[in-house]
Design a protein around this ligand. Structure first.
Ligand code: G
Ligand code: G
Ligand code: MN
Ligand code: NA
Length: 254
């Protein structure tokens, strides 16, 4: 309860923070996008994890307000980087299932793009490959409308959910993010390796781009590249960074 009040104030007073973890093109090593990750250090309650922030927000009717804050902040920041000469850069924003299901996301996204003047193609929405999410026709419509705006949709934590092949084929989604649990087992467990290989080929056949998350070791990166994985993210490549440090990384890419 107290936490919810503090969160509401933090949203209103801009006391939340986003850090940005680069997503790299594995061949060439250029930064393709930055995933915005929520951080909150409350003066009163200390450090609160993003999962807890989301849970509190959803429980107290703050989810939309929080989502608007995240989208607007991430897009403003990206606009700034575009103006610094990095016009090709994208931003990935995590969207919780509750927000995605509500059907209001489309108008929020439209408003944020208008306010920031960003092209829709610069925004990638990450939606967890979540159980019941895909069972309703409404979800597919929501996705289709978002894709019509021109934003990209990535299925996050892919491999941990329940998407069947036929299901995946119907989804207006254009990117998959392989869950880090598979990447961490990639070089030590041949079943994990087979699975990753299968996901990459599946994505190819559906014309989706694949990002591997949680790359921590050079041999994982090499293995992923051999399997044809285009994009990668993980502590080996870069940790989540404050916006001020992202500029330094981008400088090397100019
Ligand atoms: O950055 P970190 O590893 O602490 O993130 C933990 C989890 O919180 C991840 O699953 C991540 O997707 C999620 N997360 C981080 N930021 C956001 C956000 O802005 N919105 C939502 N819905 N989830 C987020
Ligand atoms: O659920 P989602 O994929 O959005 O979660 C992203 C989270 O994973 C972020 O909170 C980020 O801090 C974390 N993360 C990013 N790279 C790595 C990594 O290489 N190893 C581990 N263990 N976590 C990572
Ligand atoms: Mn994510
Ligand atoms: Na993930």
């Amino acid at each position: 309860q107290k936490l919810a009040v503090a969160l509401q104030l933090a949203i209103e007073n801009d006391e939340l923070n986003l850090v940005y973890q680069p997503i790299f093109r594995l061949d060439g090593g250029h930064i393709e996008s930055l995933e915005a990750l929520l951080r909150w250090h409350s003066a009163e309650h200390g450090h609160i994890s993003p999962l807890e922030i989301i849970a509190v927000a959803e429980h107290h009717g703050l989810a939309h307000q929080l989502n608007q804050w995240v989208l607007l902040s991430a897009c403003r920041q990206l606009k700034h980087w575009h103006q610094q000469g990095h016009g090709w850069l994208k931003v990935n924003v995590n969207i919780s299932p509750e927000i995605f299901m509500s059907g209001e996301l489309g108008s929020t996204v439209k408003t944020v793009l208008q306010r920031t003047g960003l092209p829709a193609s610069a925004l990638v929405l990450e939606i967890t490959e979540d159980t019941s999410l895909w069972d309703t026709a409404g979800s597919i419509d929501n996705l289709a409308r978002l894709r019509q705006l021109g934003v990209e949709i990535a299925l996050d934590d892919f491999g941990t959910g329940y998407s069947s092949f036929s299901h995946l084929r119907q989804l207006p989604v254009n990117k998959l993010k392989i869950d880090k649990s598979f990447v961490s087992d990639l070089t030590t467990d041949s079943r994990a390796a087979d699975l990753v290989h299968t996901i990459i080929r599946l994505a190819e056949s559906l014309d989706m781009e694949v990002t591997a998350e949680g790359i921590e070791l050079p041999e994982q990166q090499q293995h992923l590249q051999r399997l044809g994985c285009q994009l990668g993210q993980g502590y080996l490549l870069a940790r989540p960074l404050p916006a001020s440090q992202v500029a330094d990384w981008l400088q090397q890419d100019l």
